[in-house]
Design a binder for this molecule. Structure first.
Ligand code: SF4
Ligand code: SF4
Length: 344
C-alpha cells in the first residue's frame, strides 16, 4: 500500500510538469548549459523577473554583454556531451554575436537548443542556422494582451516566415492568445502554438491565478538533476534559469573547470538542501522542475499539486487543447500503472 501511495504521488507530481516538459522528463534529460548572452532583456515580459537579475548583477563585476572570447573560453571547458542552449535569462539574439557563438558551439560538436522570440534576429542569421541539427528550436510568440514587448515589425514577420520555410524543426508556444498576424502565418503553414503555463520561477515572481505556495518540505529532487545551469556574460555559472536573484553561483568558468562546478561547496549545499529542508535553497520554492521523492513530502507539499490542477483548465482554449491534455494524462496514467503494478 505504501509503495502504491509513493508511486501515485510521484506520478501525480510529474503529471503537471508533463504537460509542459514531457519530452525531457521521461527520458532523463542530458546536461546542458544555458547561455545568457546579455543582462537585461528588451522584451520585458510582465512575468519575467528582469529587475531582480539586473539588481543582482550590480553586485558582480557588472558585465552586461557576453563577448565572443568569453564564450569561446568557456565552451572549450564544457564537455561535448553537455548541450549548449541559447536560452537563459535574456533573448539570446539581443547579443549580435549570438549566431557566431551558436555556430562555434555546433562546430565543436555540442548539441544545440534554442529558446527565442526572434527579436534581434535577421533572415541572414536564419540562413546561417539552417544546417544546424537542433535538439529543439522553440519560439516564444507575442500575446495579443501585450504582456510581452515584442514588436511585430516587418523584420519580425520576415524572420517568422523564414524560420518556417527553411526547414528548422521549430515549435511555437505562447502564454496568452497570440497576436492575429502571427496566428495567420502559423495557420497558413499548418503550425499551432502551444499555450504554456506561467511559473513563479521558484518564488521570484507571483503569477495571477496561481496559488501562493510556500517552502517545499521533505525530500525533493530536480527533474533536470540540477544540470541545466546558466552561463552569465562574466563567466559565472548559476544553478538554473530560475535563479534570477543569483542565489546560487556554482563558480566561474573563466577561472575553473566545468567539473569543479559540481564538486564545490555551493553545489554540495544545494544537494544537501534537497533532502534537508532546514537549508534555504532555491529548489525549495521551485514550481516547474522540483518533484517530491516520498509520500511525506507529497503530503506536505499539497499546495503545489493542487495549484497545478487548478491551473490546468486555464490552458484549454479549444477542443484541440482538451484532446492534447487528455492524451498527456492518458500517457501519465499508463506509465503510472505500469510502474505501480510491474512485477505483481
Ligand atoms: S523574452 Fe524571455 S528572458 Fe526576455 S523578458 Fe521575456 S521571458 Fe524574460
Ligand atoms: S530550482 Fe528547480 S530547476 Fe532549479 S535546480 Fe532546483 S529543482 Fe532544478
Amino acid at each position: 500500500m505504501a509503495k502504491i501511495w509513493v508511486e501515485m504521488r510521484f506520478w501525480f507530481t510529474l503529471t503537471g510538469a508533463a504537460f509542459d516538459y514531457q519530452g525531457s522528463i521521461w527520458t532523463g534529460e542530458m546536461a546542458s548549459i544555458q547561455i545568457t548572452t546579455q543582462i537585461g532583456c528588451r522584451n520585458s515580459c510582465d512575468y519575467c523577473p528582469q529587475d531582480l537579475l539586473i539588481e543582482a548583477n550590480r553586485k558582480t563585476d557588472g558585465s552586461l554583454i557576453m563577448t565572443f572570447d568569453t564564450f569561446k573560453t568557456c565552451v572549450k571547458k564544457i564537455p561535448l556531451q553537455v548541450a549548449i542552449w541559447f536560452a537563459g535569462m535574456c533573448e539570446p539574439w539581443s547579443n549580435p554575436k549570438c549566431t557566431k557563438m551558436l555556430l562555434y558551439a555546433h562546430e565543436q560538436g555540442h548539441g544545440i537548443g534554442v529558446f527565442t522570440t526572434l527579436v534581434g534576429m535577421s533572415t541572414a542569421d536564419l540562413d546561417l542556422l539552417q544546417l544546424v541539427p537542433f535538439q529543439f528550436f522553440r519560439i516564444h510568440l507575442p500575446s495579443k494582451s501585450g504582456i510581452e514587448s515584442i514588436k511585430i515589425s516587418d523584420n519580425y514577420l520576415r524572420c517568422l516566415g523564414k524560420v518556417i520555410s527553411n526547414g528548422i524543426p521549430v515549435t511555437f508556444h505562447c502564454h496568452d492568445q497570440v497576436v492575429p498576424e502571427v496566428v495567420s502565418i502559423l495557420d497558413q503553414n499548418g503550425y499551432r502554438a502551444e499555450l504554456r503555463s506561467l511559473y513563479r520561477r521558484a518564488g521570484n515572481i507571483s503569477v495571477s491565478g496561481r496559488l501562493k505556495a510556500g517552502k517545499r518540505r521533505g525530500a525533493i529532487a530536480c527533474q533536470r538533476r540540477s544540470r541545466s545551469n546558466v552561463l552569465l556574460p562574466n563567466g559565472d555559472v548559476l544553478l538554473c534559469s530560475n535563479d534570477y536573484g543569483m542565489k546560487h553561483t556554482l563558480g566561474n568558468l573563466l577561472e575553473t573547470s566545468y567539473e569543479s562546478l559540481f564538486t564545490g561547496s555551493e553545489f554540495q549545499k544545494i544537494q544537501r538542501g534537497q533532502t534537508d529542508e532546514s537549508l534555504d535553497v532555491l529548489c525549495r520554492y521551485c514550481d516547474n522542475f522540483a518533484y517530491d521523492l516520498d509520500a511525506y513530502a507529497s503530503l506536505q507539499n499539497w499546495s503545489y499539486h493542487i495549484d497545478r490542477f487548478l491551473y490546468y483548465p486555464r490552458r484549454i482554449r479549444s477542443w484541440e487543447d482538451a484532446l492534447q491534455l487528455l492524451g498527456k494524462v492518458r500517457f501519465v496514467v499508463r506509465n503510472a500503472s505500469r510502474s505501480i503494478f510491474k512485477g505483481k
